[in-house]
Design a protein around this ligand. Structure first.
Ligand SMILES: Nc1ncnc2c1ncn2[C@@H]1O[C@H](COP(=O)(O)OP(=O)(O)OP(=O)(O)O)[C@@H](O)[C@H]1O
Ligand SMILES: [Mg+2]
Length: 302
């Protein structure tokens, strides 16, 4: 239990029997073209899972992210891309109050989740993190069995009814069941890197969140394990809303429905991240509206 989590943030979601039959948003979206970050596109996303309004983040008084406003749609995959230090992880962590755990981090502006202000005083951050799960860059299974890894969060939250079913369902949803069903008592850390990352996704899913945040979930994996996780994301998006940070442009192009491009600007001598462009992924990659986006995705910058 040496690696047991400080919070429930890295544990969390439900069955995935009903696979997505949603139409491709790009094929049907006739929304006006987004120009700049103040998004006309955002305005067309009605009933968003997240509404981010003028969110700025600083660490110990030093600004890290300038005011960001965007809407994250339900049941889609939204990618956050941009050069190192532009605030992608900072943005992602603000969506489930993980930044609360960093001393000196201050988030201003407003973020609503299904219309509810997640930073309101009477909101329990642990419940926010149960509903909005997170998967990290480096697979981080706890030093306990495969079964106990998946059961960890549910036990913490008293969700122990039909626990065996919950564990099996979560492992099936994470496309790992067939590989581990005969060795559930073995340590999670003994799995391969790609299996460990799917175990972490199963651990997230076990808590029945409806959002999964992923911060570079494939960067420690080989190409085959990466493709397996991408397939899994496509399957999960019918049931969950996914926000993924990735450095891999092909990955963003392959899996995401919408892409937010962040960049770094100099503000009074300080490097500060800013949202440059937010649009349907297909448009960002074929007809970016901002030169900085174009330069980044064509590899001329960052
Ligand atoms: N825990 C922290 N304490 C202090 N400053 C931080 C912390 N985390 C991030 N920052 C600062 O905030 C800015 C944005 O960092 P962030 O990690 O969000 O960028 P990123 O886009 O995720 O970068 P990368 O692609 O390298 O992961 C950087 O200037 C960074 O130094
Ligand atoms: Mg990061």
């Amino acid at each position: 239990m040496t690696d047991a989590p400080k919070t429930t943030a890295d544990t969390q979601v439900d069955t995935v029997d009903a696979r997505s039959t949603r139409p491709d948003p790009a094929a049907h979206d006739t929304s006006p073209r987004l120009v700049g970050a103040d998004s006309e596109l955002s305005a067309t996303i009605t009933d968003p899972v997240f509404e981010v309004t003028d969110v700025a983040v600083s660490y110990s008084g030093t600004p890290a992210l300038k005011e960001v406003s965007l809407r994250v749609p339900k049941h889609e995959i939204t990618a956050l891309i941009g050069p190192s230090g532009c605030g992608k992880s900072t943005m992602l962590r603000s969506l489930n109050r993980m930044n609360d755990l960093i001393d000196g981090c201050e988030v201003t502006g407003s973020i609503t989740y299904h219309g509810e202000n997640i930073y309101a005083e009477d909101v329990d951050p642990a419940e926010v993190r149960r509903r909005i799960g997170m998967v990290f860059q480096k697979p981080n299974p706890f030093a306990i069995s495969i079964y106990d890894n998946v059961a960890f969060g549910p036990r913490l939250h008293g969700m122990t009814k039909n626990l065996d079913d919950r564990v099996e369902r979560s492992l099936r949803s994470a496309a790992l069941w067939d590989e581990v069903k005969d060795k559930l008592g073995q340590p999670g850390v003994a799995l391969s890197g790609g299996q460990q990352q799917r175990l972490c996704i199963a651990r997230a899913i076990a808590l029945e969140p409806d959002v999964i945040l992923m911060d570079e979930p494939c960067s420690a994996l080989d190409p085959i394990a990466t493709l397996a996780i991408e397939d899994l994301m496509r399957e999960l998006r019918g049931d969950y809303s996914i926000v993924i940070v990735t450095h891999n442009m092909q990955q963003a192009a392959r899996v995401s429905d919408r892409t937010a491009f962040f960049s770094v600007d100099m503000d009074n001598g300080v490097r500060v991240g800013e949202l440059v462009e937010y649009d349907l992924t297909q448009r960002v990659f074929t007809q970016a509206s901002d030169d900085r986006t174009e330069a980044y995705i064509t590899g001329r910058f960052g």
